[in-house]
Ligand binder design. Structure first.
Ligand code: 9MR
Length: 351
């Protein structure tokens, strides 16, 4: 009899510990992670993914440079590995990414002598690429980051756009057509514009105005991806809240696509940051938990428009920021940190 009572007392605790992030956020938004090929091959890491996440993004494997390094020579090995893992485990994917100025073969926009392609030829190549990738993963990918990081980092520039070879060939039409081609290939996928430093007032205004114009022109754009490369201090809750309020005036779908919180003071998705980070400590662990707590408190408040929150990498060991930035809820040994508990327990943190 005693034993039985003890078991029943224990049951809720056991159930709680069997819950992953995806269960804790059921009904609010899906919780995702970006993965490399090791993550989906190693059985312990795979189990961690399946327990916590119900959305997966390929960190690099679906980018143009991975799938079509040279025109027409497709290499699906990496992308298929991740997609098959997801198919096998019934996890849906965020497709990342169709058009970006990084990790893309020059053939997309240049001829063999290095001259910019005529606009029509550029569009032909872009359309072929987008159709091939989107069609292949239609069954498992529920949304795509169609255009990534098209807004300039120069907050004072008159032209809001990043001056990439693709932009120079076709201007804003390059962005519009990328969305049109993706929609042709899969009319049911949700299509996103994705960018970083998206809480910055200048950049967020520019993103807003661009999406507003595209939508007014009938371009099939469904959502805004806020990358979420943050740090321990920024954004502050009101900055994050303000950006979400701005974007939600325009779109019904907001995804936090690449969330991490670095220990150094920079923010953003560019590679100009220090991997040196700082030394691990108890207080750092607490500050990380507090910042994740503040961020998720805001995100939960907007869960009617936010339908996915994705961490950029599985653990500190995998992070593009280097392990010394301690940016994720799982440490270098794939053990949950305080930040994980704060997120899991949905504790409101406002200070
Ligand atoms: O995490 C990715 C890293 O492995 C690559 O080397 C890098 C190349 O630029 O891209 C990283 O992912 C980026 C993402 O695709 C777009 N937003 C910024 C991310 C961090 O740079």
């Amino acid at each position: 009899m005693r034993k039985k009572v003890f078991f029943f007392l224990l049951l809720p605790a056991l159930q709680l510990s069997a819950q992953g992030l995806k269960d804790a956020y059921e009904g609010l938004f899906t919780v995702g992670v970006s993965v490399n090929l090791r993550n989906v091959t190693d059985s312990a890491q795979a189990a961690l993914i399946c327990r916590n996440y119900n959305s997966v993004t390929a960190e690099n494997a679906m980018k143009p440079a991975s799938t079509e390094r040279e025109e027409g020579r497709f290499d699906w090995r990496g992308a298929d590995r991740v997609a098959n893992f997801c198919r096998q485990h019934g996890i849906k994917m965020r497709g990342h990414c169709l058009m970006w100025h990084n990790q893309i073969g020059r053939w997309m926009y240049e001829d063999e002598e290095g001259n910019p392609l005529p606009k029509e030829e550029f569009f032909r190549r872009m359309r072929n690429h987008i159709h091939a990738v989107v069609s292949r993963y239609k069954d498992v990918v529920y949304c795509w980051d169609v255009v990534n990081e098209a807004i300039t980092d120069d907050r004072r520039a008159d032209n809001p756009y990043r001056q990439t070879p693709m932009y120079r060939i076709a201007g804003e039409e390059f962005i519009a057509n990328a969305f049109r081609f993706a929609h042709e290939a899969d009319s049911t996928a949700l299509l996103f514009y994705n960018d970083y430093n998206e809480c910055d007032p200048v950049r967020s205004r520019r993103i807003y105005e661009m999406v507003l114009r595209l939508k007014a022109d009938g371009v099939p754009i469904d959502g805004i991806g806020m990358q979420g490369h943050y740090n321990l201090r920024r954004p502050q809750p009101e900055e994050l809240d303000r950006a979400i309020r701005l974007y939600r005036q325009l779109v019904h779908h907001i995804h936090i696509t690449e969330l991490d919180v670095r220990a150094s003071s920079q923010q953003g998705g560019d590679l100009q940051f220090s991997k040196d980070g700082t030394t691990a400590s108890d207080s750092l662990d607490e500050r990380l938990a507090a910042q994740y707590g503040r961020i998720f408190t805001v995100l939960r408040r907007h869960s009617d428009v936010i339908d996915n929150v994705t961490f950029w990498n599985l653990s500190d060991r995998d992070s593009w920021l280097g392990a010394k930035n301690y940016p994720l809820p799982f440490d270098v040994n794939y053990q949950p940190k305080r930040a994980y508990d704060v997120i899991l327990q949905k504790k409101d943190v406002t200070q």
